[in-house]
Design a protein around this ligand. Structure first.
Ligand SMILES: Cc1cc2nc3c(=O)[nH]c(=O)nc-3n(C[C@H](O)[C@H](O)[C@H](O)COP(=O)(O)O)c2cc1C
Length: 208
């Protein structure tokens, strides 16, 4: 926890940094990472510790490896997070049947890509319904349709990771596709799509 705060202090005031994304959800590192992101008390403390050391906007990156993602998002909000990003990878594993051993050196590792999209979308939808912070949505996005789903679930921005390994041009293609979709459906601003599928729209600040 001290190292997160120290890093925030060192990065504060460095040129060229627009904000800090706080990875409190890394499943691949033995010490640190996941245990921070799965405990609401630690999430609140950690975000508050970082916020106290920086004037930069702080985005907390949430782990999906929890029972109640909204409780974690609320804890990050209480700690002073300016925005949230979700989801990080789901814990998974593979077994080498010849050697009868787990494939990964750490036994478990992060699962990403299209397989996790429904989980990611559900979590963005749940958090966007309850917590009045902007969300950077991600998890399995591979095409324009996926992006529109995340926006409609309440994400204000999206991020594409794994799909770049398959198609390095994916982000450009998705941008073009989004423009086409908006033209065809006479949508003037992407703002019209954000939270469109939420039953009560996005929560207002102070209403949660
Ligand atoms: C190779 C690889 C490395 C990653 N490294 C990080 C990391 O260092 N920090 C982090 O917060 N998330 C990391 N992630 C998680 C991604 O940022 C993203 O949350 C997740 O993969 C889901 O999105 P995607 O399905 O579009 O990849 C990594 C993912 C992959 C596939």
């Amino acid at each position: 926890m001290e190292e997160y705060a120290e890093l925030a202090r060192i990065l504060d005031g460095q040129s060229g940094i627009a904000g800090l994304e706080l990875n409190i959800s890394c499943p691949n590192v033995k010490q640190g990472g996941l245990q921070f992101g799965t405990d609401p008390v630690m999430v609140e403390e950690l975000v508050a510790a970082v916020k106290s050391q920086t004037s930069l906007p702080v985005m907390a990156k949430l782990s999906p490896n929890v029972t109640d993602i909204v409780a974690i998002a609320r804890a990050a909000e209480r700690g002073g997070a300016d925005c949230l990003s979700l989801i990080n990878t789901l814990l998974g594993m593979a077994i080498d049947i010849e050697n009868r051993k787990p494939f990964l050196a750490n036994t478990f590792g992060g699962l990403s890509g299209p397989a996790i999209k429904p989980v990611a979308l559900r979590m963005v939808y749940q958090v966007a319904s309850e917590v009045p912070l902007p969300i950077l949505g991600m998890g399995g996005i591979t095409n324009t349709r996926d992006v529109i789903e995340f926006l409609m679930a309440g994400a204000t921005a999206v991020s594409i990771g794994t799909a770049n390994f398959v198609n390095p041009l994916v982000t450009r293609e998705v941008l073009d596709g989004l423009r086409d979709y908006m033209e065809q459906n006479q949508i003037a601003s992407v703002q019209e799509l954000i939270g469109a599928a939420l039953p009560h729209g996005l929560p207002k600040k102070g209403s949660a």
